[in-house]
Ligand binder design. Structure first.
Ligand code: ADE
Length: 233
């Protein structure tokens, strides 16, 4: 998978060198390049923003540097790449979205700052490629960088080969629409708290049943809306 990120803070993405995704990059499974939007400006101050038409607070990112940066990445015609625009006004990012992004051979992320990017950038690229404005959640960040980092981590670990044991991906929160069950390791007693006996029983059927009950109980308590539309039994 190839990932291009356009941002005014390319150094922000240096953390992708470490941990699981760093290893995936070393192994050539994921190639990530962060581009500095200011490299596509032509004035002395490397200006990327201007005041909004119609008035209002804040600044809007100018379309010209975005056009030059994105054309440098995808060419000046039609492209098979997917352009992801992080925005609180986008569709919600879920595990299903992460699975879809993980299938893409080429992702381009456009990190906006200030009050967002001139709408014509999305309108223009929609005529040349697939564009998805995506929100990390119902809150406002200062810019798209943190959202993109979360999306890259969630999608990147689903790229085949990135997580050593693919089975560990199956029993996680949200993979089956439920929250995950609680996990325990040694010692069997810690600060007077005991590991549930069923987990030490060696009875695989009972363990599976207990874990499923725990998933349902946790989901009902913390995220009841996830159970809407599921069979009540
Ligand atoms: N940029 C600012 N807030 C955001 C959010 N909630 N999701 C994605 N991008 C954003």
């Amino acid at each position: 998978m190839r990932i291009d990120i356009v941002t005014i803070f390319p150094e922000f993405f240096s953390v992708l060198d470490i941990s699981l995704l760093g290893k995936a990059r070393e192994q050539g499974l994921i190639e990530v390049v962060a581009h500095d939007l200011r490299d596509f400006t032509h004035d002395r101050h490397r200006t990327v923003d201007d005041t909004p038409y119609g008035g209002g607070a804040g600044m809007v990112m100018k379309p010209e540097p975005w056009g030059e940066a994105l054309d440098a990445i995808v060419g000046d015609g039609a492209s098979d790449a997917l352009l992801v625009v992080p925005s609180p006004a986008g569709e919600p990012f879920t595990q299903a979205t992460a699975r879809e992004l993980a299938q893409e051979p080429h992702l381009v992320f456009a990190c906006g700052r200030y009050e967002g990017i001139d709408q014509r950038v999305v309108d223009h690229y929609e005529t040349r490629m697939r564009v998805r404005p995506i929100s990390l959640g119902d809150y406002v960040l200062n810019g798209g960088e943190v959202a993109v980092m979360a999306m890259i981590e969630a999608a990147g670990r689903l790229v085949p080969g990135v997580v050593g044991n693919p089975e560990s991906l199956v029993e996680e929160s949200h993979e089956d629409g439920l929250l995950e069950y609680p996990s325990y390791t040694k010692p069997p007693v810690w600060r007077d708290l005991e590991v549930p006996a069923v987990l030490r029983s060696g009875h695989h059927g009972k363990v599976a049943e207990w874990r499923h009950e725990q998933q349902l109980e946790r989901t009902r308590r913390v995220r009841p809306e996830l159970l809407d539309g599921r069979d009540a039994s």
